[in-house]
Write a protein that binds this ligand. Structure first.
Ligand code: ADP
Ligand code: MG
Length: 240
């Protein structure tokens, strides 16, 4: 579903991605781990065209991701993104936040979009908070609204960029539980996370990024349980 071949990306004179190759199959869960500044967010942002890249190729369902190309809206609909900071519209309720994309971007019938949004909020456990504004919700609830909003676009894949890093520890579990549910339903996901328990449990593949490269890649059991590279070993040891 997602094919990344030899992607290089720089910000001015700083090289941030240095030849990334990665394949994500339909229904697969890939976790990206690695130190701060290794290029994880930039890679996600390249996949759905929020950033351009200079070299190489990214394909989503065989369609080339080109930030300035006319297919980019279609790709952003197919590949949704969930950010560390939930980025909800502050002056819209939970329900309105979830309906927004389908109605204004996809031109869905508002009544149907509302029904779908209700069902999605129910799915993330927020049936009782549909009319709340973001600042009336906890961080965990806001992030669950953000996940419902991503699902509202009926994406084929979702990219998560440290979805639990901004949360108080006691709220992490409720967001991971929703993500596990999506995994069980067969959603294709690329997840940047420091939650190693989650990665070990759900990832089909774990990639360790270091200095803009995938230094190590493999089954979660191998990369997290018996890493081959010294850098991976050091990184995992520091997380303990
Ligand atoms: P990670 O998500 O792994 O922490 P990022 O992808 O955010 O890493 O950043 C990788 C590198 O790119 C860092 O050195 C960061 O400072 C740099 N970088 C990220 N975004 C920008 C930007 N918009 N302009 C300039 N440099 C950036
Ligand atoms: Mg990041």
């Amino acid at each position: 579903m997602i094919e990344i071949k030899g992607v290089h990306k720089r910000f001015g004179s700083v090289s941030v991605l240095e030849g990334i190759d990665l394949e994500v199959r339909s229904g697969e869960v890939v976790c990206l781990i690695g130190p701060s500044g290794s290029g994880k967010s930039t890679l996600l942002r390249c996949i759905n065209g929020l950033e351009s890249y200079e070299q190489g190729e990214i394909l989503v369902s065989s369609q080339r991701v080109d930030r300035h190309g006319k297919g980019i809206h279609d790709i952003r609909t197919q590949v949704a993104m969930v950010f560390q900071r939930f980025n909800l519209f502050p002056h819209r309720t939970a329900l309105e936040n979830v309906m927004e994309g389908p109605v204004y971007v996809k031109k869905e019938n508002p009544r149907e979009a509302r029904e779908h949004a209700r069902a999605l909020l129910e799915k993330v456990g927020l049936a009782h908070r549909m009319d709340a504004y973001p600042d009336e919700l906890s961080g965990g609830q806001q992030q669950r609204v953000a996940i419902a909003r991503a699902l509202a676009m009926r994406p084929r894949a979702i990219l998560f960029d440290e979805p639990t890093s901004a949360l108080d520890p006691e709220l992490v579990g409720e967001v991971l539980a929703v993500m596990r549910k999506l995994v069980d339903e067969g959603m294709t996901m690329v997840v940047v996370t420091h939650e190693m328990g989650f990665a070990r449990e759900v990832a089909d593949k774990v990639c360790f990024l270091y200095g803009g490269r995938i230094l190590e890649e493999g089954a979660s059991r191998q990369v997290l349980g018996a890493p081959r590279e010294v850098r991976t070993q050091e990184f995992l040891r520091r997380l303990l």
